[in-house]
Design a protein around this ligand. Structure first.
Ligand code: ADP
Ligand code: MG
Length: 327
C-alpha cells in the first residue's frame, strides 16, 4: 500500500516536470488571417498539431466556399431555381443550423444575403449607389425560407433562379470550432484558434493563465476597453471598419440588412461571447443588423451568450450578465 502511494507520487512528479509552451502559426486561410496557438511539449509536437488544424480548415473551405466552382456550395448556387442538389451530411447540417439561426433572429441572419453580392461590392470596384430598382430585384432573391431542405434525400434546393447562399457570416466560426474539436480529440490540452477575430479557446495557456480576448473601440483602436477570459468559450467580433464603401460621407458596411437590401446602419462593432464560435459568429452579424435595442433584447434571452456593441456614436452597450476583467 505504502509502495503504491510512493509510485503514484513519482508519477505525478514526472508528469508535472514536462515543460509545456505555447506554439503559434499565422497564415492565410479562407481568404483571411488565421492564427493558431497550441500548448505542447516541444516545437515538433506543437507544429504537427497546428498542421492538423490547418488541414481541417482547408477541408471546410473546399466544402463551403462559394467562389470555388468545385465546392458543393457552388453546385447548390448553380442549380438555384432548377433542381435540388445532394450534399454531404456536414454541409446539409450547417445549412439547417443557419436556417435555425435565421428563425432565432427574425431573419436578421440570412445566408441568402449572398444573392446581393454583385450589387454591394467591397473590393473598391463600386462606383455608385445601386438604384432602387436594382435593390428591389436583388432583394427578391433573399429569403432563407426559400432554401428547401429534404432531410430524407439530403438535398438542398434554392427556390428562385439567381438565388445564392454564402457562409461569410458563419463559416469562419464553424471552421474555428471544428479545428478546435480536432485538436482536443488529438490530446492538445490548450489552444486558441483566431480566425480573423473569430476566437475559439480551450484549456489554458502553457503558463497556466487563461486565454483572453481584448475588445477595442473601433473609434479609438488603441484603447482596449475590456478583457474577457475565454474558458472553453468563443468570442467573435463583426465590425464595419475593415470592409465598407463610402458614398457622400456615409459609410456602408459589408453586413446587409436582408429586409431592406441595404447595409446595416447604426452599429460599428459587435462582439459576441458564446460557447461556440459558430453561433457567436452568426449572432455578431445578426446583432449588427438588429441594432442596439433589439440586439441586446435577443442576446439577453439566450443563456450563456453575451455581447458588447459599439454604436455609431462610439457609445458602448453591453448585455445584462456580461462580466469583463475591466470595462
Ligand atoms: P466579418 O467576419 O467579415 O466581419 P461577418 O461575420 O459579419 O463578417 O459576415 C459578413 C459576411 O457575411 C458578408 O461579407 C457577406 O458575405 C455575408 N452577409 C452579409 N450580410 C449578412 C446577413 N445579414 N446574414 C448572413 N450573412 C450576411
Ligand atoms: Mg458573423
Amino acid at each position: 500500500m505504502i509502495r503504491l502511494k510512493f509510485l503514484i507520487a513519482i508519477n505525478f512528479f514526472s508528469l508535472s516536470v514536462i515543460a509545456q509552451s505555447n506554439y503559434k502559426r499565422a497564415l492565410q486561410l479562407m481568404g483571411c488571417d488565421f492564427e493558431i496557438t497550441v500548448v505542447a511539449e516541444n516545437p515538433e509536437k506543437g507544429q504537427a498539431a497546428i498542421a492538423l488544424a490547418v488541414d481541417e480548415v482547408r477541408r471546410i473551405e473546399r466544402l463551403i466556399s462559394s467562389w470555388d466552382p468545385n465546392s458543393q456550395t457552388a453546385a447548390i448556387n448553380r442549380s438555384a431555381g432548377i433542381r435540388p442538389v445532394k450534399v454531404s451530411a456536414e454541409l446539409f447540417q450547417l445549412i439547417a443550423r443557419s436556417k435555425k439561426i435565421s428563425r432565432l433572429t427574425d431573419g436578421a441572419f440570412d445566408i441568402t444575403s449572398s444573392s446581393m453580392d454583385k450589387l454591394w461590392r467591397f473590393d473598391g470596384s463600386m462606383k455608385h449607389m445601386p438604384t432602387l430598382q436594382e435593390i428591389e430585384s436583388a432583394k427578391a432573391k433573399v429569403d432563407y425560407r426559400n432554401i428547401v431542405l429534404d432531410h430524407e434525400k439530403q438535398t438542398v434546393f434554392l427556390k428562385r433562379q439567381g438565388m445564392k447562399i454564402g457562409f461569410g457570416a458563419i463559416g469562419k466560426g464553424y471552421a474555428a470550432d471544428k479545428a478546435k474539436r480536432l485538436l482536443v480529440e488529438n490530446g492538445v490540452k490548450g489552444g486558441l484558434v483566431n480566425a480573423s477575430g473569430d476566437m475559439s479557446a480551450w484549456g489554458r495557456q502553457a503558463g497556466g493563465d487563461d486565454w483572453t480576448v481584448a475588445v477595442t473601440n473601433p473609434l479609438n483602436k488603441k484603447a482596449v476597453f475590456a478583457f474577457f477570459p475565454l474558458r472553453d468559450r468563443s468570442a467573435v467580433t463583426s465590425g464595419d471598419y475593415e470592409k465598407f464603401v463610402e458614398f457622400g460621407d456615409k459609410r456602408y458596411s459589408h453586413i446587409i440588412n436582408p429586409k431592406t437590401g441595404y447595409p446595416a446602419q447604426g452599429v460599428i462593432s459587435v462582439t459576441v461571447l458564446a460557447p461556440k464560435a459558430e453561433i457567436a459568429d452568426a449572432l455578431a452579424t445578426s446583432v449588427f443588423v438588429m441594432g442596439v435595442e433589439a440586439g441586446l433584447h435577443r442576446i439577453n434571452q439566450l443563456p450563456g451568450v453575451e455581447c458588447v456593441i459599439v454604436d455609431d456614436q462610439g457609445v458602448v452597450h453591453r448585455s445584462a450578465h456580461l462580466q469583463a476583467k475591466k470595462l
